[in-house]
Design a protein around this ligand. Structure first.
Ligand SMILES: Cc1cc2nc3c(=O)[nH]c(=O)nc-3n(C[C@H](O)[C@H](O)[C@H](O)COP(=O)(O)OP(=O)(O)OC[C@H]3O[C@@H](n4cnc5c(N)ncnc54)[C@H](O)[C@@H]3O)c2cc1C
Length: 459
């Protein structure tokens, strides 16, 4: 198939992925003497940090996504093809995609990351993940579907498994989604489900390490734990979920938490594209790059953002998989590509850490800034809201998010709890949009004995 890209005398820079890195790079090249071709399987840019708000009904999906063509309207050197990139062929400078072949002069991998299930097959098959907008909408539907089912059963163990939610992974995503679910339990579910005894509903946050928010300061870790305790989230540290079958999330061979709802936020791998030499694929499937973001041994291929493994003296395990890293690398690479075109030597990239933050619930967030500055509470919360509002793409999205947040804040309610597209695990698609091989078909059996974990009922 022909991708019908216009023939040009300008060098062609092909960017795979229009996430934080790809979008910023394509924008930064708007005045450059190059033809910019972006290929993404989705026709929208997805603001991943707010996915959990879509999953918990706080924001509309449309307010955290923006159409790629609209972002680049008016950029004359920009071309977009909606396609899945299947293979790179460095020998012929060609990509094989789901809509045909694309030739490149320079190629930039900005493909981001995929959920890492660490080879735990039962979890990959049965858990909910939160990497994409369809994932977030599925999670929202699934939780409300299970509440509808909980009304229909008289079996207390079955009822509790339908209402219990286990979130695995104590990083920012796990902390944010657990806090948001606890707020939903407090403010939304009692209004919608007065027939259910919500004291039986438990929200667990399970983390394999000894603390939450691993890379953040001790003060932020302690504050986040305290906030979650206050919200009634049952935080289990030094605990790993190894298996999720028959509505049981096992944390040892015999001990389990009864639940239908397991959210896996425990790790990611680089979203590599096949075709590169195996020696450039580092740990977590990230692509090894030098300080110019150039793939080891490949003069014309670069990688930025989550998929790029750039090791520095102070970060021997590679730069963190964060939006600012992707954006800064994109801007730097745009300048380096111009240097290469002028026959100059590119410059080394240096990451400027501008801080990190996580929100737990209304008026409760933690913020770390460079220079050991830490703050929390309502000031942290306001900072978090402001930064996320400002970084959302598109004026309409900023306004819609602001209105949704203001409505939730003043009404203690969330408007978005429709089950528009009922979710079945049989419909699960992986991150590449393909249907997963096998899904549970049997009606789950519940443990008739009391739940393995005996904890105080949530308020
Ligand atoms: C739930 C969640 C919360 C997060 N919260 C924060 C936060 O608070 N702060 C923060 O800094 N970071 C956060 N992150 C991480 C942040 O989103 C990533 O670091 C950032 O998105 C990386 O940007 P990127 O450009 O490398 O990749 P992405 O933004 O992931 O973009 C990758 C793009 O490539 C496309 N793509 C991938 N493979 C192919 C292919 N083969 N063919 C075609 N298209 C392809 C995808 O469709 C996607 O559009 C969060 C991530 C998640 C999942």
């Amino acid at each position: 198939m022909d991708t019908n890209l216009p023939v040009s005398s300008l060098p062609r820079v092909v960017i795979i992925g229009c996430g934080f890195g790809g979008l910023r790079l394509a924008k930064s090249l708007r005045h450059a003497p190059v033809q910019v071709v972006v290929v993404d399987r989705n026709n929208y840019h997805n603001f991943q940090p707010l996915l959990y708000q879509v999953a918990t009904g706080a924001l509309e999906a449309d307010s955290i996504a923006y159409p790629i063509r609209k972002i680049f309207a008016g950029q004359k050197n920009f071309f977009y093809r909606m396609a899945d990139v299947e293979q790179v062929d460095p020998a012929t400078n060609t990509l094989r995609t789901s809509v045909g072949s694309i030739r490149y002069d320079y190629l930039v991998l900005a493909t981001g990351s995929l959920t890492n299930f660490f080879g735990l097959e039962s979890i990959e098959r049965n858990a909910m993940q939160i990497k994409s907008i369809p994932n977030a909408l599925n999670l929202r539907s699934f939780i409300f579907q299970n509440f509808e089912k909980a009304l229909l059963t008289d079996d207390p163990a079955e009822k509790q498994a339908l209402m219990n939610i286990v979130v695995v992974g104590g990083g920012p995503t796990g902390v944010e989604i657990s806090g948001s679910l606890a707020e939903m339990r407090k403010h939304v579910l009692p209004k919608d489900y007065p027939e259910l005894d919500l004291r039986a509903m438990q929200i667990f946050l399970v983390e394999a390490g000894a603390e939450l928010l691993g890379p953040m300061s001790k003060a932020s870790q302690a504050d986040a734990k305290r906030y979650l305790d206050e919200l009634g989230v049952l935080v289990k540290l030094n605990t790993s979920i190894k298996k999720f079958e028959d509505n049981r999330a096992y944390y040892s061979e015999t001990k389990f938490i009864p639940t239908e709802n397991l959210v896996w936020a425990a790790g990611v791998n680089g979203a590599e594209v096949p075709g590169l030499p195996p020696e450039v694929v580092a740990r977590n499937k990230r692509i090894t790059v030098n300080r110019w973001n150039q793939v080891e041994g490949q003069a014309h291929i670069f990688a930025i953002g989550d998929v790029a493994n750039m090791v520095t003296d102070d970060m021997p395990r590679g730069l963190p998989m964060l939006a600012p890293v992707a954006q800064q690398q994109a801007e730097h690479l745009a300048e380096n590509l111009l240097r290469l075109l002028r026959g100059e030597t590119p410059k080394d990239f240096a990451y400027k850490n501008k801080g990190s933050m996580a929100i737990v619930s209304r008026n409760k967030a933690v913020v770390d800034l460079p220079g050991n500055v830490h703050f929390n509470g309502i000031f942290g919360w306001a900072t978090w809201l402001f930064v996320h509002l400002m970084t959302l793409v598109g004026f309409r999205n900023k306004v819609v998010a602001f209105v949704d947040w203001a409505f939730s804040y003043f009404s203690s309610d969330q408007a978005l709890r429709l089950i528009i597209r009922p979710f079945s695990r049989r419909d699960v698609k992986d991150d590449k949009g393909k249907k997963s091989a096998e899904h549970r078909t049997a009606t789950p059996e519940y443990n008739p004995t009391p739940p393995a974990i005996q904890t105080p009922a949530a308020s």
